[in-house]
Ligand binder design. Structure first.
Ligand code: M6R
Length: 365
């Protein structure tokens, strides 16, 4: 049942080139820039006319929501707010029929997300679901929605469901941008970028042995910092969550530029820092952050693009991955972080599929 893999988590990480194709199947025609999301078709005008979109979710699904904020604002130019479902529901949110609420949940059963959905409905908002489990409570109670089609996710640490959620948000942002904020040409360019992702992920998965070797050096760490910017700030949060939940190492994710506003005080030889450093507009800034960490004896693991020699001079380890347009980079950068957490946790003898104190679906509030 684990398909020859030692754990479900590893199987699910390695399934991603296929599950990513599944999300796109029947929804995307890469040749001519065609995207269709059947599940929301009848509500498309209402979503396009939304005064604002509020995304509610928990945990990893909330991280997908943060990436969704960047995507929706950049492609569709609709203002977006992202909230933890547990915070949203207890603060009497300002919401009415001009708002659209998107709830994201792998299981479709998370108690706080379900309560947020019900509250949003009560207040008259249109509620759109992004769920993995077909027929789940959240999927049934939303007005409309899209399934992520990632297949059953057994490992408690979410991996393939996360990348599927990000792809659904990417497609949704493109659908909403049509005839408005993006030209047909731009849409087909972004679809082509997305179409190349599964193959690039396969290439990243080939780095498994290198990542295992890096993991060996950090097995005894007690803390770890993850830094990224823009689209990859939420990836830093997700990398840190993955590490803490399965290896029990304390980890924090931050926007890289915030390092100077506090976390830099923590840096010494015992504080590994994982940098997500794609070659984009902020690359130079990230390099100077890396230098700052090095000068305080912090150890640096960088996820960077093939051909980036500058970073190799500064970092202790570089995981080289294929480059891509900024909006698809979270789908690539998160893969080595999933693998790194998996290896550190298994080397520490942790039960990665069933980490202590955690449940696959959190049905208590
Ligand atoms: O099923 P959901 O997506 O609603 O679950 C939300 C969180 O409980 C979940 O993502 C949790 O944070 C995972 N264990 C993360 O790997």
């Amino acid at each position: 049942e684990k398909g020859g893999f030692e754990h479900f988590m590893l199987k699910e990480i390695f399934e991603q080139p296929v599950t990513m194709q599944e999300v796109m199947r029947g929804r995307v025609r890469h040749e001519d820039g065609f995207v269709r999301l059947g599940g929301i078709e009848d509500y498309l005008d209402r979503i396009r006319d939304a005064r604002r979109i509020v995304i509610c979710a928990c945990g990893t699904s909330w991280h997908a929501g943060l990436i969704g904020e960047y995507l929706l604002e950049e492609f569709a130019r609709i203002p977006v707010e992202v909230d933890y479902a547990s915070e949203f529901r207890y603060r009497n949110p300002i919401l009415d029929e001009h708002d659209v609420v998107i709830v994201i949940s792998q299981s479709g059963e998370t108690a706080d997300t379900l309560a947020a959905l019900r509250l949003a409905k009560e207040k008259g908002a249109l509620v759109v679901g992004i769920c993995n489990v077909v027929g789940s409570t959240i999927a049934r109670e939303t007005h409309c929605g899209m399934y992520t089609h990632a297949g059953p996710e057994i490992g408690v640490a979410s991996t393939k469901a996360f990348t599927a959620q990000v792809i659904v948000l990417y497609l949704l942002s493109l659908v909403l941008s049509k005839d408005r904020s993006l030209s047909r040409h731009d849409i087909s360019l972004y679809l082509r970028e997305l179409g190349e992702v599964p193959e690039k992920v396969s290439r990243i998965l080939e780095l498994n042995d290198q990542i295992l070797e890096i993991a060996r050096e950090y097995v005894d760490s007690r803390n770890c910092l993850y830094l990224g910017r823009g689209y990859n700030f939420p990836v830093a949060l997700e990398g840190a969550l993955k590490l803490k939940e399965i290896s029990y190492i304390h980890a924090e994710g931050y926007p890289a530029a915030e390092m100077k506003h506090g976390p830099i005080a923590l840096i010494d030889k015992d504080m590994p820092v994982v940098f997500i450093a794609p070659q984009d507009a902020t690359h130079g800034k990230i390099l100077s952050n890396v230098e700052e960490v090095r000068s305080r004896k912090g150890r640096v693991i960088a996820v960077a693009n093939e051909g980036d020699e500058e970073i190799a001079r500064l970092a202790d380890h570089v995981i080289y991955i294929p480059s891509a347009a900024a909006p698809v980079t979270p789908l690539l950068n998160v893969i080595p972080l999933q693998m790194l957490s998996y290896h550190i946790a298994t080397l520490r003898g942790c039960n990665v599929d069933r980490p202590r104190n955690l449940a696959k679906s959190v049905t208590v509030e």
